[in-house]
Design a protein around this ligand. Structure first.
Ligand code: IPM
Ligand code: MG
Length: 330
């Protein structure tokens, strides 16, 4: 895909492939080898394949593929994870929800990615376990700035999701939000929701949302839920951004071990992540849009991977679908 973009638009991209996750554990014992970190740091952008799988999922294992991904996010300082959910009208029928409910959905979740319970101290004894959740004012402020700036370029609606009726970190989150947004972004319409209610509102009135901002774990859970609005987890891309230009781009889905090697996975999430990479790290907006339009065109023509197939569609495999998208770029 990126090679085709380079050809058609006259760019030259240099690619370097590095290991992370299970493959890296097998090769080196470390899910994020130093060479991988060094190479990512040198790059303008990182496109990541999903990590994880049954081979490395022993609950007693000290080393897991997911640690590689979490460490890479932390190493690159990519604290803002953008997960857009747009419903393609041609695949609205693939959603388990009523087409009239999902038709106008166009939202983006801004998930805090390098703090909270994912990164707090963990401990385990024979019969007890603990995961610590911490947020600082600075961490909340910087993600709010990303979300508010994004909302200002869209429909100027920002929904902050927390659990302020129970969690101290959420009370801090809400306090910072209620101060910072009206003060610094007076034109933004701010709504705050508790995460349980947000999970419900995402299904009852999904088209109302514009930008949703939330902490790490709530964002993880809500974006898997939100993917069902679009029809499949396989459709959604993500961009993880920090203060530097180098971003990390990955589909929101996991490694789908149940279909591994069958050639039937939906490549849209990864291809659309490459589009986000062009937009956010390389400032190639036209090229990014061209990829997004190409995906829409292939879907509009009725081509589908199995996860979004319906009665009348032309069901195809991963490589064939991806080729069809590439062929649209000319
Ligand atoms: C995601 C994934 C990861 C996360 C896993 C693989 C660690 O679920 O990117 O949403 O929880 O962040
Ligand atoms: Mg997830």
């Amino acid at each position: 895909m990126l090679a085709r973009i380079a050809d058609v638009y006259g760019h030259r991209f240099e690619f370097s492939e590095q290991q992370v996750g299970g493959a890296a554990i097998d090769a080196t014992g470390d899910p994020l080898p130093a060479d991988t970190v060094a190479s990512c740091r040198e790059a303008d952008a990182v496109l990541l394949g999903a990590v994880g799988g049954p081979k490395w999922s022993d609950p007693e294992a000290k080393v897991r593929p997911e640690q590689g991904l979490l460490r890479l996010r932390a190493e690159l300082g990519v604290f803002a994870n953008l997960r857009p959910v747009r419903v393609n009208p041609h695949v609205a029928a693939a959603s388990p929800l009523k087409p009239e409910l999902v038709r106008n959905v166009d939202l983006i979740v801004v998930r805090e990615l390098t703090g909270g319970i994912y990164f707090g101290e963990k401990s385990r004894t024979a019969d007890a376990a603990s995961d610590l959740c911490t947020y600082t004012t600075g961490e909340v402020e910087r993600i709010l700035h990303v979300a508010a700036a994004l909302a200002a370029k869209r429909r100027s609606k920002l929904c902050s999701v927390d659990k302020a009726n129970v969690l101290e970190t959420s009370r801090l989150w809400r306090q910072v939000t209620d101060r910072l947004i009206p003060e610094q972004y007076p034109a933004i319409e701010l709504e705050t929701l508790l995460v349980d209610a947000a999970a419900m509102h995402l299904l009852s009135r999904p088209a109302d949302f514009d930008v949703i901002v939330t902490e790490n774990m709530f964002g993880d859970i809500l974006t898997d839920e939100a993917s069902m609005l679009a029809g499949s987890l396989g459709l959604l891309p993500s961009a993880s951004l920090g203060h530097s230009r180098c971003g990390l781009y990955e589909p929101i889905h996991g490694s789908a071990p149940d279909i591994a090697g069958k050639g039937i996975a939906n490549p849209c999430g990864t291809i659309a992540s490459a589009a986000m990479l062009l937009r956010h790290s390389l400032e190639l907006e036209n090229e990014a849009t061209a990829i997004e339009v190409a995906i829409d065109q292939v879907l509009a023509a009725g081509k589908r991977t199995a996860d979004i197939a319906d009665g009348g569609s032309d069901v195809t495999g991963t490589a064939d679908f991806a080729q069809a998208v590439v062929a649209q770029i000319n």
